[in-house]
Design a protein. Structure first.
Lengths: 352, 492
């Protein structure tokens, strides 16, 4: 099966899951929420063959390019190493109860040989992972770590370092923009919410790098704005920043929705004297980066590798090997106008 | 009149109780406020003392952590020639008994002798670059360890060979180790310990905080708008003090409705990072608040108790006084009022100015009483006196006062508006009754009396002349054969 076919099959898997509807589950005993959880039941992500180990993948959500890339990575590694891959996940992000139910199902009903998990909660899934790991079933974590040691390795972005990288890129863009070190320059930050540790780590990393490397006149605004993932609010936040702060020279979006909000605000206000550094590679972001008059960059993660390496770890543990690392940063890359074409070509190349 | 007196007395008593209660409540309220202020101040002082003690404890523990690396660096530096492979293996033997997690070396060329994950971390986190900018002990900011997946800090110290720089030795510590250092039995669940960088505004919790594991990062910008500095403190100034490492390191503030007090301690070797210890004030102030409420409750109960006791004592004293008064005013033989009691009451009645007294004064004398005593003995004499007193009381108690003045002499003051005829009638009945006085032994005795009567205001409006008038009337009866009564108005 060629790479393109594999990628197509993963997309088809996601589409099939959405079209076939979600399996409704009854309220779980001991479930404190008291409500129902809605999940996409496990579906094969590659060709199922007899005699191969069955690896169950439980993700945070199923329907975005980011998660499709992770599934692709797992499926590719499964094909390479000879594993049957089954993928499932909750309909809404943050539904750890749905994940817990799927994990129980994988182990108790399907006799899973290994688990790849992207935890929706670092705290709430501690017990179930302790139980599964205690049975000798290998677990690889992707995207997010959990608050115990009941896993073999976690593959994720070191978001603190990603934030530092974003700050470094912001300094670069401001200098490209021609902002003098003596000039008063203010940087605005927008995030989804204060409950996402991922975005908080990025914000903290950004500030950490900034405090030791930025000129004294270049300061980060205390006024961090929240958008709760709402695109309209994210755009309005951008417009408010532009109108409220005359010395605004840079904007940092800690995640995809915040970045797209900044992009839309910049387009609406028609400004080109403010640098933007964001996260992820949305179409709107890519279009702004490509504009010669703008100074925009974004940080992309290596989510494909999270899935790919995660499955390899589970397989190697099943094979009797020991793993030396509990945590592996899968790394990030800065995309700006200098390397945008190269990046897009390499992505297109992967697709072939 | 008695009712009026009692009413006046009750009013006076009621006012006294009200004044007493107002006074007590005032004392209670003022006391609570003063004590509340005192306790609040005391609580702050106590918290500040606790913070200072914990700061010292953490500071000492950090010094110990630093001491381990200084000692290890000295041991390695004491060698004539440092063989990094051999030294590294030797150092591994120390790990088991020491609080640090791992120990390793870096040679002057930057080659790292450590576990594979450690080497990755030191390279990826850029620690080698940071080391080149620092002299002496260097402590990293918290980072996620590749080896354990948990958050750690690493300490570096330069090592020397014949006093020439020869590389670094490093120790890794779990972030929780810092929490352990500050552990205090008293506030084990309440104390929060974070590392804070006043320049970036970042802070990293070293203890389990709101479900977040040690090593969770955050930034002051995300919570600053919800921090409400109290008691004249200023959060920005406190952050500024942290930058300057000022001795003024304590702040009181309110966050999410909870009062906290927190202090920072500068950590030597950890560039721009300070350790922040935070204690919620609520625990202590709640205890103090409960203490004040209980104290107030006890005080209120005590006031009530003293009030009840006071009223009880007053009533008892009043009763005792009345009993005492009764004992001194009553004739023990006949149980009617004696001369003293009678005069006291009459004086009170007549001493009121501008008041017209309407009464009848009667002077009684038992006829030939001396003969009764002489012939039948004092016991019978006493019986006769008791019978006469009893009859007088039965006749006049509802209309006035009956008293034994002395010997066989009785006085009656009729204060109710009885007519001359009414009194004459009562005197006749009395005389008939006493004519057949039955003694204790069943013997019947004919007891007779003589009486003189005078009226106020007809005969006199003053007491003494009125008594004289009655006395004269009695004298007239005695002179005219006894066993009779006469009105002064009839004999004058």
């Amino acid at each position: 099966m060629g790479l393109l076919n594999k990628k197509f099959s993963v997309i088809m898997l996601c589409a099939a899951m959405v079209l076939s509807g979600c399996a409704k589950t009854d309220e779980k005993a001991g479930n404190t929420s008291g409500g129902e959880t809605t999940v996409y039941e496990f579906e094969p992500a590659n060709e199922i063959k007899d005699g191969q180990p069955d690896i169950y993948v439980v993700l945070k959500v199923m329907t975005s390019q980011y998660w499709q890339d992770i599934i692709q990575g797992v499926a590719d590694a499964g094909d390479e190493l000879g594993c049957n891959i089954y993928v499932g996940g909750p309909e809404s992000e943050g539904d750890w109860e749905g994940q817990e139910r799927l994990l129980e199902e994988a182990v108790n009903e399907h006799d899973a040989d290994g688990i790849v998990l992207a935890p929706a909660s670092s705290a709430a899934l501690v017990d179930i992972t302790n139980e599964i790991y205690g049975k000798g079933i290998p677990i690889a974590l992707v995207d997010t770590i959990i608050n115990n040691e009941s896993f073999d390795t976690c593959y994720m972005t070191d978001n603190l370092q990603a934030g530092e990288l974003a700050a470094e890129e912001m300094l670069h863009q401001l200098r490209e923009l021609g902002v003098s070190e003596d000039e008063k320059a203010e940087i605005a930050i927008q995030i989804t919410s204060t409950s996402s540790q991922t975005v908080i780590d990025r914000l903290a990393g950004f500030n950490q790098y900034w405090s030791t490397n930025a000129p004294a006149n270049w300061t980060v605004l205390d006024d961090v704005k929240l958008n709760d993932g709402n695109k309209d609010r994210a755009k309005q936040n951008c417009i408010d920043f532009i109108e409220q702060y005359p010395n605004l020279k840079g904007m940092f979006g800690c995640n995809n929705s915040s970045t797209v909000g900044f992009v839309n605000g910049i387009n609406e206000k028609g400004v080109n004297n403010i640098a933007l550094v964001g996260f992820d590679y949305a179409d709107e972001t890519a279009a702004l980066i490509a504009k010669e008059a703008q100074h925009a960059s974004t940080i992309v993660q290596n989510q494909y590798n999270m899935g790919y390496e995660g499955l390899k770890t589970v397989f190697s543990v099943l094979d009797g090997e020991t793993v030396d690392y509990k945590f592996i940063d899968t790394g990030t890359v800065v995309i700006n106008r200098d390397n945008q074409q190269e990046y897009e070509q390499s992505e297109a190349g992967d697709a072939k | 009149m008695n009712k009026k007196k009692a009413k006046n007395r009750d009013l006076r008593n009621g006012s006294s109780i009200a004044i007493y209660l107002v006074f007590c409540m005032t004392v209670l309220v003022v006391g609570s406020v003063v004590m509340g202020g005192f306790i609040s101040k005391n609580t702050r002082n106590q918290l500040n003392s606790i913070l200072s003690l914990m700061s010292e404890k953490v500071d000492t523990s950090f010094s110990m952590m630093t001491k381990y690396i200084v000692q290890a660096a000295d041991i390695v530096s004491a060698q004539e020639h440092i063989d990094f492979e051999v030294s590294y293996k030797e150092l591994q033997k120390t790990v088991e008994n020491m609080p640090y997690n791992t120990i390793g070396l870096i040679d002057p060329n930057g080659s790292i002798y450590g576990l594979e994950g450690e080497i990755t971390d030191i390279e990826n986190q850029g620690f080698l670059t940071d080391l080149s900018d620092n002299e002496g002990i260097y402590i990293t900011q918290p980072y996620r360890s590749s080896l354990t997946g948990t958050n750690m800090i690493t300490m570096f110290s330069p090592i020397y060979e014949k006093e020439e720089f020869a590389g670094y030795i490093f120790l890794t510590y779990y972030l929780e180790e810092i929490q352990q250092n500050a552990y205090t039995e008293l506030l084990s669940d309440e104390t929060s310990i974070t590392l804070m960088n006043p320049y970036s505004g970042n802070f990293v919790n070293c203890s389990q905080d709101d479900g977040n594991p040690p090593g969770t990062w955050s930034n002051i910008r995300l919570i600053k708008s919800r921090i409400e500095a109290v008691q004249g403190y200023d959060y920005d100034k406190w952050i500024d003090n942290m930058r300057k490492d000022s001795a003024d390191n304590i702040i009181n503030f309110k966050f999410n409705g909870i009062n906290y007090t927190q202090a920072y301690i500068k950590i030597d070797g950890m560039d721009n990072w300070s350790l922040v210890i935070r204690i919620p004030v609520t625990e202590l102030s709640d205890t103090m608040g409960k203490f004040i409420i209980r104290l107030s409750g006890i005080a209120a109960l005590l006031i009530l108790a003293t009030l009840l006791l006071g009223v009880s004592l007053y009533n008892r004293e009043h009763e005792e006084n009345e009993t005492l008064q009764t004992l001194t005013d009553i004739d023990p033989l006949t149980k009617v009022i004696n001369r003293r009691g009678f005069e006291s009451r009459m004086n009170k009645l007549f001493e009121k100015k501008n008041a017209v007294v309407r009464c009848t004064f009667i002077f009684f004398d038992i006829d030939y009483f001396k003969d009764v005593n002489d012939n039948y003995g004092h016991d019978v004499g006493d019986q006769v006196l008791r019978k006469v007193a009893k009859s007088l009381s039965e006749t006049f108690d509802d209309f006035g006062i009956v008293a034994r003045i002395g010997g066989d002499e009785f006085n009656v003051l009729v204060t109710e508006p009885l007519s001359v005829a009414d009194i004459d009638s009562k005197m006749a009945n009395l005389r008939a009754e006493l004519k057949e006085t039955e003694l204790d032994n069943g013997v019947m005795m004919n007891v007779t009396f003589s009486a003189g009567l005078a009226r106020c205001p007809q005969d006199s409006t003053r007491l003494k002349p009125l008594q004289d008038c009655a006395d004269k009337a009695l004298y007239h009866v005695k002179e005219t054969g006894r066993n009779n009564h006469a009105w002064y108005d009839d004999i004058k």
